[in-house]
Design a protein around this ligand. Structure first.
Ligand code: NZQ
Ligand code: ZN
Length: 380
């Protein structure tokens, strides 16, 4: 196990009716701005519950943070927040609203254009924020990451700033999610764990077992959730699994990959494909191309998550990769680029972008432009 320092300061406030706790969680007397997406919270009672919890307080609102939040929208929120002297933020929505609000919280303390912050990759001087999460997927509610897009140039980059002070997670508030968002959330959760697990064996028994526990939970609950979404206990397990999948807990002292995500972000930037949908396509390509480098871990994952223990090593690896692709298909997601009408032009552009920025992703730092091309060709 590698050395590590771990601290996750986010207070998780979990369960039915917990939005009422906002009154205690948000400091009295702060100049509060509440941020929202496109309006789903007005249709599922979340907005009313937030307003009821904060009755007697004043706040300002910013609406319209879109899926894959854009710098173009967030600049407007930052300008509004500066004009109103905002010193506390509450993000109410999915990962996009939370991610966008993380950039707002940094932008409020920065004099220049907030896109500079995104390109720097991190910024620590921030206004505090809390969240009310309505979509289990990204883990943004309990991590310091955000992913910000620029529509003008069709770019999308990760940015790191502050952990939410608190996040309220009420599984009942996920009942209104469209089926496709649920599927993408399950896919995202599964691949987050994989990015921290599917590397090499023998680094940490406890990280392996925690990661496999989360993967097994997703596999167990996915068909049930897609069959009857309004089950509270299922959605509670889904929500907690998504949070635990990307709050640092399964990454302690182990190497991480993230190449699938980096390629997936390019697919979203270039084609607008939903984040979880990009991962369902790219991940099987990553496994195919890096099967030798990851062979020990693929065998372990195949045995422990899918019970694949019979046959030669090559046969077990083949079956494990096929089983993984089947899992994404069972969520109703595409697993091939061609199904989304994506071809050579996009592959060439992603290769060009990776080469131009000189990146080398993955636990072995070998996913360059050329390897990204091979991965995309393997999931064509
Ligand atoms: O905008 P509204 O009207 O609220 O509707 C949203 C949106 O259209 C809707 N929705 C959310 N909760 C709902 C609901 N509809 C009905 N009922 C509810 N309870 O769902 C749509 C998608 O929301 P979005 O926030 O975009 O989804 P998600 O949470 O999957 O976030 C995706 C973004 O997070 C980034 C992705 O790249 C993408 O930009 N990620 C952030 C990460 C992080 N911060 O650590 C890590 C991830 O790997 C990911 O990259
Ligand atoms: Zn993700």
């Amino acid at each position: 196990m590698q050395n590590f320092v771990f601290q996750n300061p986010t207070k998780l406030v979990f369960g039915k009716g917990m939005i009422a706790k906002l009154a205690e969680l948000i400091p009295a007397g702060c100049r509060l701005m509440i941020t929202f997406g496109g309006g789903s919270v007005k249709r599922n009672g979340v907005y009313e519950e937030v307003c009821a919890a904060l009755a007697g307080r004043t706040w300002t609102e910013f609406w319209g943070i879109e899926p894959n939040p854009s710098i173009e929208t967030l600049r407007k929120a930052i300008a509004q927040g500066k004009a109103e002297g905002v010193d506390f933020l509450l993000a109410v929505g999915g990962g996009s609203v939370i991610d966008g609000t993380k950039l707002i919280s940094a932008g409020l303390r920065y004099e220049g254009d907030a896109w500079d912050l995104v390109r720097r990759g991190s910024w620590s001087d921030t206004v505090p924020l809390g969240t009310v999460l309505t979509l289990p997927a990204t883990g943004s509610e309990m991590n310091s990451g955000a992913v910000i897009s620029r529509l003008e140039t069709r770019e999308k980059y990760a940015f790191y700033s502050n952990f939410p002070r608190f996040s309220v997670l009420d599984p009942e508030k996920t009942f209104t999610l469209p089926e496709h968002q649920v599927a993408c959330g399950l896919s995202d959760t599964f691949v987050h764990v994989m990015e921290q697990y599917m590397t090499t064996t023998g680094q940490s028994r406890v990280m392996d077992r925690w990661a496999e526990g989360l993967l097994q939970t997703v596999v167990e609950i996915a068909p049930k959730i897609l069959g009857r979404e309004r089950d509270y206990d299922l959605m509670a397990d889904f929500m907690l699994t998504a949070t635990m999948g990307l709050n640092g807990f399964v990454a302690l002292g182990v190497t991480q990959d993230w190449a699938t995500h980096m390629i997936g972000h390019e697919l979203t930037a270039l084609h607008g494909l939903t984040h979880g949908a990009t991962l369902a396509i790219v991940f099987n390509g990553t496994l195919r191309v890096l099967r030798d480098q990851k062979r020990g871990k693929i065998l372990q994952y195949g045995a422990r998550v899918w019970g694949i223990t019979e046959g030669t090593e090559e046969e077990r690896i083949d079956r494990t990769i096929a089983r993984t692709e089947e899992f994404f298909r069972s969520l109703g997601l595409s697993t091939r680029l061609s199904e989304e009408g994506i071809g050579e032009e996009t592959i060439a552009e992603i290769e060009r972008r990776f080469n131009a920025s000189g990146v080398a992703h993955g636990e072995a730092k070998n996913v360059t432009g050329a390897v990204a091309r091979r991965i995309l060709e393997a999931c064509r």
